[in-house]
Design a protein around this ligand. Structure first.
Ligand code: L14
Length: 340
């Protein structure tokens, strides 16, 4: 468990990846009280160094005793590495904030978005899970509305950028685009189909029920984070040729009636949210608005006239920031508040 200190020894596991890079940047930008930073990655990155606050830090590979002396470890190295290494790290007394899907639905692991359920951090046993990127930006918006009129059902369709998959996918989109513009043959290595100038209704693996794992994460994680298993959620997750920023069309059915004006009023006061909702001026959130920013942007708030109490909205956020690295660092900041 974390002890009160002025500064902490912090590790980033998966430091060379797209989310790892962003974690390093967010720690720097938010002036996280770092006594010492350590970077871990696979053998492929052995010998590399990465910058942290002007100094060059060498990238290490994980060993059984690597976590001794580390207070907080931010993991983003895939589910398999988290499965093996997070318990080892926790056993050494380090608090793990894990960005993979490995521990999210484990009943012994809190799944936390600070704006929604910071209170769940009180019962962690050494591992805390960072939710799925598409789930995070959705619950930030659902929670303040749920508190007022109770959300009964959610129908969500996502438009997800390639950076969620990582650097290789960003390279693939860029390369395919360049190849197509130059009348060359394209190669598909990361995704099963061409992603440039295309849309793929497929994120993560397909499951027995015909949904993708990404879709079921949105269903199950939403209920766990909101602490309300009566909320019904159905999702379609779609990959679009965008580098950074996930967009979502969210339809909600509420128990009590609510007008778009009331939704705007509630969301304008909610933490982590910025309203961009002025269609008369063509103002609504775009992935390029959200890229590199911390907030969850909401627009296109309107009545769903096909049901008694329905609202539609458009929600966009940077999947590497609030969807991953920023949320993880905010969890760490909450942990510090709890011991200070
Ligand atoms: O965190 O966009 O579970 O391909 C796994 C799939 C993150 C996004 C997770 C993608 C997701 C990723």
């Amino acid at each position: 468990m974390l002890k009160k200190k002025d500064k902490y020894v912090v590790a980033v596991v998966g430091a060379t990846g797209a989310v790892g890079n962003e974690m390093i940047e967010v720690l720097e930008q938010r002036n996280f009280p770092v006594e010492k930073i350590r970077f871990f990655a696979s053998e492929k990155s052995e010998g590399k160094t990465l910058k942290f606050q002007e100094s060059d830090i060498k990238v290490e590979t994980l060993k059984e005793d690597s976590f001794e002396g580390i207070d907080i470890a931010l993991f983003s190295a895939g589910a398999e590495r988290s499965r093996i290494w997070a318990p080892i790290a926790a056993k050494s007394g380090c608090v793990v904030i894990d960005n993979s899907s490995q521990w999210r639905m484990d009943p012994d692991v809190p799944l936390v978005v600070p704006e929604v359920n910071a209170h769940d951090l009180s019962w962690h046993k050494g591992i805390i899970a960072n939710p799925n990127c598409s789930t995070i930006q959705m619950v930030v918006v659902l929670k303040p509305i749920h508190d007022v009129v109770k959300v009964k059902r959610v129908v969500v369709t996502t438009f997800q950028s390639v950076s969620g998959t990582g650097k290789k996918a960003m390279d693939e989109l860029l390369q395919q685009t360049a190849d197509l513009l130059n009348f060359r043959e394209i190669k598909c290595n990361v995704y099963p189909h061409q992603i440039a100038f295309n849309v793929l209704p497929h994120i993560d693996k397909f499951l027995e029920n015909g949904y993708t794992k990404e879709e079921m994460k949105m269903v199950n994680e939403t209920r766990k984070i909101m602490g309300d298993y009566s909320i019904r959620v159905t999702a379609t997750t779609v990959r679009v040729p965008v580098f950074r920023g996930h967009s979502e069309s969210i339809n909600i059915e509420t128990e009590k009636k609510i007008t778009p004006e009331e939704v705007r009023e509630i969301l304008s006061k909610a933490p982590g949210i910025k309203l961009l909702d002025s269609v008369e001026n063509n103002i609504y959130p775009l992935p390029i608005t959200a890229a590199g920013k911390d907030d969850v942007y909401v627009g296109r708030i309107r009545i769903d006239e096909s049901i008694e109490n329905g609202i539609n909205m458009w929600v966009v956020s940077d999947n590497l920031r609030k969807g991953a690295a920023l949320n993880a660092v905010q969890i760490a900041e909450e942990l510090l508040k709890m011991v200070n």
